[in-house]
Ligand binder design. Sequence first.
Ligand SMILES: [Zn+2]
Length: 293
Amino acid sequence: MTSVISTAISNALIVTCLAPIVCYGCRRSRCAALTHSMWIVLLVKFLTPPLLTIPVVLPWLHLSHVLTQQLLITWASGTCLMTLIFIRQIIRFRQILATRSLIDPTATRELEEIGQRLGVSKAPQLRLFDGRVSPLLWGWGLRNAIVFPRSLWERLSLQERRSLLTHELGHHIRGDHYVRMLEIVCMCVYWWHPVVWCARYRIEEAEETCCDAFVVRHEPSRTYANAIMATLDFISESPCKTVTYASQLAPASLQKRLTAVMLRSQSERLSRIGWLTLFVFCLLLLPLHPVFL
Ligand SMILES: [Zn+2]
């Protein structure tokens, strides 16, 4: 038990030291794919076991026995509470989906056609939802589902619908639903650590940019920009307050997104230099495990 806690603390300290460097590097590179990968590696570091130990002298880390116990009880209580909150919210959204959404055969055929064109062997389910949420990929069931609001579906043109479905399929192909799971595990265990919350925001922002880049590689950018605007107009009328923990459209940094869509200035893929940077970063970071003397 003590070794698990000491690993968790040393991982948290390494991530704390590296987060500003990652933040600065990602801002300089302006590459969404690299930003996405680097922040994911930081989240993974929170959970990695010790591989390469380095002795570090930190006298202030030696706390009294009583204080250590109190801190551990607070940590464990917070983790239990966060886990219960997440489980409750996920179950609640599943129930909402079951009662307020249906699988429409015509819409499903439309999605499967797009999926075949993109080389997706098994497309997610497509559920038309009675409510004001933005289209989203829900990855908390046995099979992934794209949730698309019925009113928005009827309001958009065929091409606009196709572009939004391509965006959600982009999330499915990239495996972004697994990243949501990683985020939630890190948020439960390290609920007190600001880097976890910052990483979640940065990852989701970069993810949207990557999926936008994926869409404009397959669909006309102007149609897609119109579809984004129509979606934001739709959800702003009376947004559904339910927390979904899914990959979905957010109004944040809209101008930046639309500019990137119209100029096609981003790529969802890492360049060779990007892969090399990521490889070196993983090699240096993941095995490190300081042992406090
Ligand atoms: Zn998205």
